[in-house]
Design a protein. Structure first.
Length: 67
């Protein structure tokens, strides 16, 4: 189980805050999808550098883009 929210969530993006335009929110979701897909492709060495296990990375990568 993850100890902290991962850096790949839209919550860390400046344009993901409330009061932004629909275009900004869609762009944020696209970033989320792209970064989660990249996370799923990292090898064990890279995941260790991030402090993640393969299972943790795959769970994060499989989350829906709106989450």
């Amino acid at each position: 189980m993850l100890k902290e929210p991962m850096m790949f969530t839209t919550a860390t993006l400046p344009h993901a805050r409330t009061g932004t335009s629909i275009v900004d929110r869609i762009a944020a979701r696209l970033v989320t999808m792209r970064t989660r897909a990249q996370l799923a492709k990292l090898d064990d060495h890279m995941l260790r550098d991030l402090g993640l296990t393969e299972g943790e990375a795959l769970r994060e990568a499989r989350r829906p883009f709106w989450d």
